[in-house]
Design a protein around this ligand. Sequence first.
Ligand SMILES: Cc1cc2nc3c(=O)[nH]c(=O)nc-3n(C[C@H](O)[C@H](O)[C@H](O)COP(=O)(O)O)c2cc1C
Length: 315
Amino acid sequence: MSSPDPDARAADLDCTVAVGSLSLRSAVMTASGTAGHGTEFGDFMDLSALGAMVVKSLAAQPWEGNPTPRLRPTAKGMLNSIGLQGPGVMAWSRDQLPGLMAAGVTTVVSIWGRTVEEYREAAELIAEHGHGVVAIEVNLSCPNLEGGRHLFAHDPELAAEVIRATDVAGLPRWAKLSANTDRLVDVSAAVATAGAEAVTLINTLLAMVIDTERAQPALGAGGGGLSGPAIHPVAVRAVYEVHAALPDLPIVGVGGIDSAETAVEMLMAGASAVQVGTATFRDPAAPEKIRLGLEQWCRSHDVHAVAELKGIAHV
Ligand SMILES: Cc1cc2nc3c(=O)[nH]c(=O)nc-3n(C[C@H](O)[C@H](O)[C@H](O)COP(=O)(O)O)c2cc1C
């Protein structure tokens, strides 16, 4: 990489990146839960040009989610407690997947569960009905009903057990982890040993807003998950530390990416690819704009392959 030169134009730019065994056409994807279950955002961008669309987390069964209100703006971010509302894997495969396939969208399905068995069940249903899906992102930021409601993502052994259980899907799995723990590196190592091809870092941070007029938490569920630019430095550090400890483990970086620069930062910290979440609430075309902006950034910095950026901030 040479110093910035806005006039420089690379003869050509290789935009493809590898995440484990998958080769993606772009480093930029949508983040689970922020761009719908199907082609809802197809009017705002060319979904097929993204690295992948990561579908909102699905359980084996339909799930209603949390009581309202579920969203609240915060300083430089957003608090949500959607609670993983979704139609379940089978209804999604019937109603949404055909549209995604017809539109040529590289589709990654996120799954969740409340027990190891529920994760296995969701993975089995994807194996049976998820024709065309290229990978599964296993959302481990869920309370374990059999273990005092501790999050799967905070316990290396339990997280690894879920990854082993979801092997039945016969697809590459990415473990989506939480930075609400000081055991992130241990959990990353455990899921990698258990078979995850990559880790997705990070999910929202535990947070709360109090409505002072009602003297009650502002969200119906009480607490929620903080996302957006406010959490970007936390996500960058998580990616940096996991990449430093486990340099061979592919990382998908997510958290507050809202521009080409914030995407580049995440790649330099050690991510192979990135996801755009909350930025999509402000501008539904954000993932496409960031994809094109990243290409422009590479051209103006004499970068010939986006993959060259991975981890270069490490000395
Ligand atoms: C409204 C909303 C819903 C979300 N739903 C999910 C979900 O279903 N599964 C999941 O793994 N992450 C979910 N997330 C977390 C995002 O995928 C992402 O990890 C997080 O928001 C940080 O990225 P961002 O700051 O770009 O939004 C959700 C986030 C938001 C804001």
